[in-house]
Design a protein around this ligand. Structure first.
Ligand SMILES: Cc1cc2nc3c(=O)[nH]c(=O)nc-3n(C[C@H](O)[C@H](O)[C@H](O)COP(=O)(O)OP(=O)(O)OC[C@H]3O[C@@H](n4cnc5c(N)ncnc54)[C@H](O)[C@@H]3O)c2cc1C
Length: 157
């Protein structure tokens, strides 16, 4: 998410892989970027006349962990719910209920408290605060693993 000197880091990493013999082929100098879309970053329409997008096509991966399997499965279930609710009328208006189901499940715009808080801080402060928090066992266990990765606080669909 933070593109600060990203291409420089990627170029150095590719050079390291080549110099240590881990890859023997040429890698394009401009890599394409993130392999899939994160929730809140994508501005794709998730429904239209006769169409619903789920999972990566809709851009639903969690921002903090980059995990997209659970949102892909859950959005499939919500899409099925929207299709049943449409009662054979698959117009844009009728299927727009799906977008609302996604917002109810994943939040509006994918903004969580940490991202909102971080938007107001200079990046140097975020780095310092992040290092401190990631050094605290309770934060890593309760927030990073339980909430951001496992989403253990969210009831199953
Ligand atoms: C390297 C990597 C590691 C990842 N690690 C994790 C992880 O640890 N945990 C996690 O939760 N998420 C992880 N993700 C993200 C996760 O894989 C995706 O978010 C998730 O698979 C999205 O599911 P999906 O069903 O939307 O798409 P996909 O799983 O990509 O399924 C789409 C399917 O459609 C098929 N397809 C494409 N075009 C056509 C066509 N024209 N006709 C027919 N079929 C077509 C594709 O072959 C594919 O099988 C990772 C992703 C990558 C790239």
């Amino acid at each position: 998410m933070d593109q600060h000197r990203l291409s420089e880091h990627v170029a150095a990493f590719v050079k390291f892989l080549q110099s240590t013999g881990r890859i023997s082929f040429d890698v394009p100098s401009a890599l394409l970027g993130h392999a899939y879309l994160l929730y809140g970053v994508s501005e794709r329409k998730v429904s239209d006349d006769g169409v619903l997008l789920i999972g990566d096509a809709a851009g639903l991966a969690y921002k903090q962990s980059g995990e997209g399997i659970r949102p892909a499965i859950e959005s499939g279930l919500l899409a099925a719910q929207a299709i049943l609710g449409a009662q054979r009328n698959y117009s844009r208006e009728s299927l727009s209920a799906y977008g609302k189901l996604l917002s109810q499940r994943f939040g509006v715009g994918g903004q969580d408290w940490a991202s909102r808080f971080g938007e107001h801080l200079p990046s140097a402060w975020i780095g310092a605060l992040g290092r401190r928090l990631l050094g605290a066992r309770w934060f890593v266990r309760d927030v990073v693993i339980e909430r951001w990765f496992l989403h253990a606080n969210e009831p199953a669909l």
